[in-house]
Design a protein around this ligand. Structure first.
Ligand code: PLP
Ligand code: ZN
Length: 383
């Protein structure tokens, strides 16, 4: 078997080094991204598993490291009814609610677990508001004997599923999501285990990228604007990197504008950006944030905001913040017009589209891509 050769490079200073499973940041503070040979990279159209189809653009050396956990191959729907409601003729919904655990996070679990297995890591620590941890817990059954410690705040315990797997240990912390992540990091250091790192784990960003590569391939015209609800922004980061790779490969003619959507009750990035700040200020940070869209309740995104701001300003996109009413309405439209039951985070993304469309910031004929990142669970939008 020929092994794929690729390295990690710092996005700021360009320093290059061998790829590591969980690469922290470069000594200059820049992010380390896997870099592939885009002159030879191709999409293996016949492959059923997304990670096999886009293998050339994933941080895996061996084709047989690929995992398929029921992730991906989701529809990208031309939403004519909903589009006409919003005055958009080219509205496309990437229906990520159709993943195995009903969120796009299955894509990151498929990639991260494969990368860890390939690099010989069999036990690790992670934390999330529920969806990523659920995807890890689900994905574990497709690996050898891997073990994961999932850290979470008390308010988010009920959002964790498939944790009955023998390899899963759930640690409940009496704190919010940011506090639970800190506890997980301390536990990992204490036990000598790998803390997978969330946004700073490139395997996560690269896995989430595949929702977008699929969508770019499914749309009859390339997207002019892309919307996603963000917490850390790792999904949009992957989407942007994937678009740059597709540009280099001649599979996209230009980069779309990227719009990152938050909910008004927890919108630290939108607030900082609105005031022209290049960093998250103390007044932007929320302790124990509340809101309908629980998946994106990150009160302190200080360490990822600069990367997201670079993407929104660099592409002419931006940040948006939507109210509870806007999310509730968007969720109803998605159910009634297109028959897609979504969680409030996904509804927030569509509410962001509605807001910009109403302000005349999207042309009627512009192809718009919305990532519907998560579905309902047991008839509930986000709990
Ligand atoms: C349903 C859903 N949408 C959006 C997000 C945003 O994630 P991020 O900005 O970290 O990529 C998450 C993260 O947990 C999620 O679960
Ligand atoms: Zn650097």
């Amino acid at each position: 078997m020929t092994l794929k050769d690729f390295r990690a490079a710092c996005v700021r200073c360009g320093a290059s080094r061998p790829y590591a499973a969980v690469d922290s940041r470069c000594s200059c503070g820049g992010l380390l991204d896997p870099v592939y040979d885009l002159t030879t990279a191709r999409v293996r159209e016949d492959e059923e598993a997304p990670s096999a189809r886009y293998f050339d653009l994933l941080p895996l050396h061996r084709p047989d490291s690929v995992l398929h956990i029921g992730d991906g191959n989701t529809p990208c729907v031309h939403a004519r009814t909903l589009g006409s409601r919003l005055g958009l003729d080219q509205l496309y919904l990437k229906d990520e609610t159709r993943n195995a655990t009903r969120t796009t996070k299955d894509r990151m679990a498929a990639c991260v677990l494969a990368v860890l297995q390939e690099q010989g890591v069999s036990e690790f620590v992670a934390s999330s508001t529920g969806n990523s941890s659920t995807s890890f817990a689900w994905g574990l059954r497709f690996t050898g004997a891997m073990k994961v410690h999932l850290f979470t705040g008390r308010d988010f315990v009920d959002r964790h599923q498939y944790t009955h797997h023998p390899g899963v240990e759930l640690h409940v912390v009496d704190d919010d999501f940011v506090g639970a992540a800190a506890a997980g990091r301390a536990f990992a250091a204490d036990q000598g285990l790998l803390f997978e790192g969330g946004f700073f784990n490139s395997g996560r960003r690269e896995g989430l990228k595949l929702a977008y590569l699929e969508a770019y391939d499914q749309m009859p015209r390339p997207p002019a604007v892309v919307f996603q609800a963000i917490s850390s922004g790792m999904g949009v980061y992957g989407a942007h990197k994937g678009a740059r790779e597709y540009l280099a490969m001649g599979r996209l003619p230009a980069l779309p504008r990227f719009v990152c959507v938050q909910q008004l009750s927890c919108a630290p990035m939108w607030r900082a950006d609105r005031d022209g700040s290049d960093h998250i200020r103390p007044q932007d940070v929320l302790r124990r944030p509340r809101g309908l869209a629980k998946a994106i309740l990150r009160g302190d995104p200080s360490n990822t905001y600069p990367f997201m701001r670079a993407i929104t300003t660099g592409t002419g996109g931006g940040f948006a913040a939507v109210s509870d009413d806007e999310m509730v309405r968007a969720r109803r439209w998605l159910a009634e017009d297109e028959g897609i039951p979504v969680c409030f985070a996904a509804a927030a993304a569509l509410a962001g589209v509605a807001q910009l469309a109403a302000r005349g910031e999207i042309g009627r004929d512009e192809p718009v891509l919305v990532n519907l990142t998560g579905g309902e669970r047991d008839g509930h939008a986000d709990d």
